[in-house]
Structures are given as C-alpha cells and as structure tokens.
Design a protein around this ligand. Structure first.
Ligand code: MIG
Length: 796
C-alpha cells in the first residue's frame, strides 16, 4: 500500500514522507503527541473530535536514512520505515508501540460448508470481522498488555482479547459482553505495557473496528471502512498523562452547573402534569433531596419536537414555575426526528431552508421514528446547527433547564438510514457512512450553543449518541440498560472507560431502564449512583415504578441515605469537575488510573475511585452482604462508616448489609461537605464542613476547594474563590496536628464565613486557633470544632 520511502520534506512541525504509492504527513503536535496522517480520502483532516489543534512548539530532530526517517523529541523516538511501518520508543530506547510486520492472519472459524449462513438465517449473529477495511493499522501485541478506553463498551475494564466496532447503535436488547457497538463511538484507547501507557486516537468517523488481539494474539489493529488514515499517538508514561493529553486535544467537560450534580429523577413518562407534580411532592414530603425531574417524549404534541401537548400540560410555563418554587429544575427530551407535517413550524422551516438530510436525488429523506414519518436535521451543517440552537429558545422560554437528546445515533424504525443519505458537513457534501457516528455529536453541539446563547448559563445537555470530543458539549448516559444485576455490574467498567475516554460527566439509568427493578437491586444501584457524576434514576414505560419510595420503607430509607450522602459530597464532586477542566481527569476512575504502580489494580471491575480520595467497593450481586475489597498500595485507607484504618496493597473482607456500601477514604484526605439540602440553592451555604482523615505518619497533605456562583460563566473571568487546606503532624507529638487554612484566591464575594471541622480518629485535649484555645466537641470517632478567620489550627 505504501512501498519504499522515496523522499522527505520538512515544514515546521510537519514532515512529509513520500512513499512510492502514498504520502504520509507526520505532525509533531508536542513532544508527547504525534499525528500520522495519510490523505486516502481527503487532503485535510477535517476532524470532528479536535476543534482547535494546538501545536506546542517543541524541539525535535529528524534524521533521514535511506530506508527510514527518525524523529526524536524530548520524550519519544519515532522510526518510520518503508511501507509506512512505525516504531515508537520512549527516550530511554524502550519500545512503546511497534507496527506489526506480518499480514492479518485471523483464527479459523470452523464449520461445515455454509453452516454460518444457515446459522445466520436462524437468527444467530455472524460477527463482523472487519475484513472490509480500507484503512488499517496493525500493531504488535507486546507481552502483558492491557487496554482501556473505547468509550461506552460492554464487558470488562480491560479490553484485551476483544473486538469492537464503532457504529452508533440503538440497541434495545439487553446489553451483553458480546456487543461490539452501542450508542457512542469514541475511537480512542489506552495501552498499558510494563507500567508505561500510551493512547491512540484513530480519528475517523466511518464505521471503524478495533481488534485487540482477538483474531490473533500476535497483533492488535484498528481500521475503518473508508476515510483517511489519521491517528494520534499520545504518550504517557502514566495513564493520567495520556488522559490529560487526550482531553487537551479533544476538549474537556466544562464545569457544570452545581444543581446538575444533585439527584435527578426520570421516567418514561411523567404525564400528565398532575403526575409530574405528585412526584415532585413525594420528594419533598418524604425528605428525599432532588434537583431535577424529566419529561420524556409524551409531553409533546404528537411527538413534535419543541411543542407541548396542551391536554397533558395546559400551561407549561406555570407548571415549570411552580416546580421552580419548590426547587425543581425540569429537563425535557428532544429527539432529532422532525415530524413530516405541513403546517408544523419546525417542519415547514426545515423544508423551506433545506435543513434536512437528503437522499441521493436531493429529496429530503424520510424514515420513521416516534412521530411517524420524520426527517433528520442536517446537523453536520452549521446553518442547521444555528437553526437548532435558536429552537432551544422555545424550551428555555418555557423555563426548561436542560435538554435531553435521545435517538441521535440516529435511530430509525423503518430500517437503517441508507449509506447514501446526504449531509452537508459545513460545506463538504458527504454521506451517512461518514456522518453517522458524528450525528449525535453535532446535535449536542447545536443544543449546547443554543442553550448557552439563550440563558448565558452553563448548558445542561444530555445525549445518548456521541463521538470523541462530545464531552465539550454534553453529559452522556448509557442508554437502555435493564434492571438486571448484570447491568449494575457492567455499569462500573463502562463508566470508568467512558471517564478515561474524556466523557467525565456520565451516568447510567440508576435502577435500570427496561425490565422491573427489585427493592434490593435499587438499594444497591443507588449506592453506586451516589458516586457517579450523573446521578439519575430512570425507567421505561410499562415497567413498575422505580422512584425511591416505590418499594418498601427499607428501600426508601436506603435511597434517602445515599441521596443525602451525595448532597454532602457535592462540593467534593464539584471540585473534581473544576480540577478536570485543567487536568482532564474524570470523576469516576478505575483504580489503575491513580495506582499504576500497583499491578493488582489493572483489572478491578467492581471497585472505583470517585476523584482522588474516595474508593467505592459496592455490592453488585443479589443476596450478597460481604465482599472482598482491594485497597491499593501506596496509601492507608479509612473505612468511611467505622473509621477503621487499613494498610494499602491488601485484600480485606468487608461486611456490607443492604444499607451499607463499602466506602474507603484515602488517609490524609480533607473532604469538603455541604449540609444536606432538599436541592441545590435551597440554603446559602455560609459554612463549609471539612471531613478530615489525618495521617498516622508525619506527612503533609493538601486539598484545594473551589467555590463560585455555581451557574454562570463568570468563573472564566476569574470570579471564584480558592481555599487551600493542609494538614500535617500526628496526634500526641509535641506540635500535634497542624491544619492550615489559606484563602489563596478571592474574587467571588459570597464566600464562607466559617469552617466546621470534623477530624476523625483523634481525641485531643486542647485545640488552638491562631494560638488561642477554642471549644471543641468529641463525637464518637471524631472531634468537631468551628473556626472563622483563623488560619492555623493546632490540635494537641
Ligand atoms: O425507543 O423516549 O434511551 O431513555 O426513555 C425508546 C423514550 C426511546 C430511549 C431512551 C430512553 C427513553 C426512551 N427512548
């Protein structure tokens, strides 16, 4: 496909290597990121994932020997050989990623004659082996490799040995490990090899395939049915660096509004208005916090997007304002499919302006979704996005606080969209094959920009389909899971991999969407949901009720307990989001992300970290009330409930009756808490609570807490506060424990007037604040005291 290297040219950070049959552009994006680009389809990259490619000017050298070009940066050495074979080394000469020199050699699927066709005709699925790929790169499988990322895939945390397809797919059947594609396509993975990590973003929106040593354990490959060969090699060596660099390339999740971190309740569908109001009332009367309620498709007039069914909601503005008075935000669903219906404004405008995708003859393409015959807005076209953004105003004017984008794979009831449905991708006319995986991305972008323009607040968009980079515009949920224990288990690696693929703000339907939930399953699911960025309970039409009170008193109490815990932790989760804007690290993390030196963490599927300090080891099996917990090496850990301390690098057994989710806090942590409220903004928080876990060793730890108005973009102009807390020293020593409070940055006026400390596992005799003795209270395992402007506390 390439042949020998014939010539070579350098222009700034770009190298052009002319092979006998093709030209390859190698671009040095930074000392750790290299782009390899072969214009097989188009001359330009036209990336959907990367909007502002930043080139970091860095030193590098190039050497051109006959059969190879060698590029050396501070971090990497790259050899490009004849036939475009690429080998990448770290700066010490260790191989990181080596192109495979042989051809693909898949294992044999044994069968007699046309047995596969017969099996297929009986409904057995034939797996697509990616044999029709026009673009393809094979890499040598090193011993002892682990793979992570790929966005939303079923199965386990480590993807080695599996084959995945990127083709956004609306799949109503129960999601199982053998699925190769779901709603989202994030063509990005992380490889970990001998404690060194790298990432590869294969930036191609066509149907693409990733085979991680399934068809042959000697190599792994990625490829696509069409498009350019365009991939970014992103060096670590830590997974944290890879994720940070990947999100620097494709963009980061912007800080969300604070209320979006509260508990959210959804159902297909809360109609009519009375039912919606009834649900709202239940939350308040049962003392269960809740910030958001959702309206699913039935609120619309005949499923026409941007309309209301006035029989079910006679006065939406008033309904929403009543909800608001009680502290509820409302999120409405908006699907892409626009009903084919003369006289319906959205349809008429779309037709008049040519805003819908067209068939190959230029006639607006029609398929079927909820409203019956429907058309698909040409979101890849900026003009259409602007129109869609304007339409958001309709919902915002009613008082809607967020938009839920569903069905944007795009889904269709009357067979899949044909390959030759045409789109206008910002001036480039192209087809469904290229736009399919980017459709949800563009819809989210339009929605985000519309909400931003019309509210000037941080938009809350939630989408089902997406592509790499959608995290800049939208939150994601993992579509139609079911109320199955298997799906609770699966949600953990799925969300961890989504987080490592840049989609920090993610969640699953708590309790499960399809099938009937049980009391026990909901009780365990809410214990996981409590720590996932998007915390939303949702269930399908015709399933049993699944609200926190829908079962029995015990289940309701457990829901209340964990929803309240979530509200305590909101400032901690918000801080993690704030930090994510600069470091790209997700809220929900696999242990390996923080403990790469500890090999025991590489394949943990049923534990996760929430930010830097909290480890969650939920029970994900029916009837179970005890489990083994692995606590990673490098820290001691404190049981959140009993305050017992454990060494890291060990397996422990934890008893966890139905109301207990095993939670461990990293020793040395200072966790900011808010008092529990019914909803965000119910009370002005004047006092920050600090839940402190002193170290048994004399090490200093720090925590930075961030505060702002929780909704506007003022923070981007510097309107926020930073509080730096530090703790050092040990109980009983001469100096005792010293806690320092440093208001290190102050620009937001509504700051705290006091700090209430809860310092765990100590029993002091005296506490001094800036040298003066202060009152304190010893409560069970902790000591509690409050300070105002003092800066140094010494606990003796
Ligand atoms: O074909 O709007 O994933 O959350 O409740 C089903 C109805 C369409 C699928 C979404 C689900 C939503 C449902 N939708």
């Amino acid at each position: 496909m390439f042949g020998k290297i014939k010539s070579f040219k350098q222009e700034g950070n770009k190298l052009f290597i002319q092979f006998e049959k093709n030209i390859v552009n190698v671009e040095i994006i930074s000392s750790s990121i290299i782009n390899f680009f072969v214009p097989l389809k188009r001359k330009e990259r036209l990336s959907k994932a990367i909007e502002n490619l930043k080139i970091e000017q860095c030193k590098f050298s190039v050497e051109n020997k006959k059969e190879r070009v060698t590029i050396t940066t501070d971090k990497l050495k790259i050899n490009v050989f004849d036939n475009f074979k690429v080998d990448i080394y770290d700066c010490h000469g260790n191989i990181l990623c080596e192109d495979y020199r042989g051809d693909r050699n898949p294992f044999i699927r044994r069968g007699v004659g046309n047995a596969w066709e017969v099996a297929a005709s009986e409904g057995h699925e034939l797996k697509d082996d990616g044999s029709k790929l026009k673009v393809q790169v094979l890499k040598k499988m090193e011993k002892d490799m682990y793979f992570y990322g790929f966005g939303e895939k079923t199965g386990h945390l480590n993807k080695k040995g599996y084959h995945y397809k990127m083709w956004n797919t609306d799949e109503p059947k129960p999601h199982v490990e053998s699925f190769e594609a779901l709603y989202k396509s994030i063509p990005f993975f992380i490889g970990l090899k001998e404690k060194q990590a790298f990432g590869i973003l294969f930036d191609n929106t066509f149907e693409s395939h990733f085979d991680m040593g399934k068809e042959n354990s000697d190599y792994y490959y990625f490829g696509a049915v069409d498009g350019n060969l365009d991939y970014y090699f992103i060096y670590g060596p830590s997974i944290r660096d890879v994720v940070s660099r990947y999100t620097d390339l494709t963009g980061r999740t912007p800080l969300p509004q604070l209320w979006t971190l509260g508990y959210q309740q959804c159902r297909w569908s809360y109609v009519p208005e009375q039912r919606l109001m009834e649900v709202a009332k239940e939350f308040r009367s049962r003392d269960i916090p809740c910030d958001a309620l959702y309206l699913d498709i039935d609120y619309m007039h005949g499923y026409r997007v941007f309309t209301w069914d006035n029989d079910k909601f006679p006065n939406p503005k008033k309904t929403l304002s009543n909800l608001k008075d009680d502290g509820f935000k409302l999120v409405t669903i908006i699907d892409p499919g626009v009903k084919k219906d003369k006289g319906y404004k959205i349809y008429d405008e779309g037709i008049k302006n040519g805003y819908f995708a067209k068939d190959k003859d230029g006639i607006p393409y029609v398929n079927k979704v909820w409203p019956g015959d429907s058309l698909y807005p040409d979101f890849p076209n900026e003009k259409v996005r602007n129109w869609w953004a304007e339409n958001q105003k309709i919902m915002m004017d009613y008082g809607v606080s967020g938009i839920w984008n569903d069905m944007n794979e795009p889904a269709s009831f009357n067979g899949p969209l044909p390959d030759d449905v045409m789109f206008n991708n910002d001036g480039v006319i192209t087809d469904h094959r290229e736009m399919h995986n980017a459709y949800g991305h563009y819809m989210s972008k339009a929605t985000y920009e519309g909400i931003k323009k019309h509210t000037n607040k941080r938009p809350f968009v939630i989408t089902r389909a997406c592509y790499a980079g959608t995290q800049k515009y939208s939150t994601v949920w993992t579509g139609d899971n079911q109320s199955l224990w298997e799906h609770l288990r699966m949600s953990i690696p799925m969300l961890m991999n989504l987080g490592m693929s840049g989609l920090t703000f993610c969640g699953t339907d708590v309790g499960g969407f399809g099938f009937d939930c049980t009391a026990e399953l909901l009780s365990r699911w809410v214990q996981v949901g409590c720590f996932t960025p998007l915390f939303r309970n949702h269930s399908s039409i015709l399933t049993r009720d699944q609200e926190p009170w829908a079962f029995d008193k015990q289940t309701e109490d457990i829901n209340r307990k964990y929803i309240k815990l979530r509200y305590k932790l909101i400032p901690y989760i918000y801080d993690t989001f704030w930090k994510e804007e600069s470091n790209g690290l997700p809220v929900i993390r696999p242990l390996v992300l923080n403990y790469q030196e500890d090999k025991n963490t590489y394949e943990i599927n049923d534990e996760f970290l929430c930010g830097e300090n909290i480890l969650v080891a939920p029970i994900v099996e029916q009837g179970k009330a005890t489990r083994v917990v692995y606590l990673p090496n490098g820290n001691r850990w404190i049981d959140y409930w009993t305050k017992e301390t454990f060494e890291g690098g060990k397996y422990i057994i934890k008893e966890a009756p139905l109301d207990t989710c095993p939670i461990y806090i990293k020793e040395g942590s200072i966790l900011p808490n808010y008092p529990v409220q019914n909803y965000i903004g119910e009370n002005k928080i004047k006092e920050l609570i600090l839940d402190v876990y002193p170290s048994a060793e004399d090490t200093e730890t720090q925590y930075v807490h961030y505060q702002d108005d929780g909704e506007s973009f003022e923070y981007r102009k510097g309107v926020y506060n930073l509080y730096e807390f530090s703790i050092k020293g040990i109980e009983g020593s001469k100096e005792g424990i010293i806690i320092k409070i440093n208001k290190s940055y102050k620009a937001y006026t509504n700051d705290y007037i006091s700090f209430k400390f809860k310092v765990n596992n100590i029993k002091p005799t005296e506490i001094l604040a800036d040298g003066n003795s202060i009152d304190f209270k010893i409560v069970d395992e902790y000591v509690e005291f409050t300070v105002k402007d003092q800066e140094e506390i010494s606990i003796k």
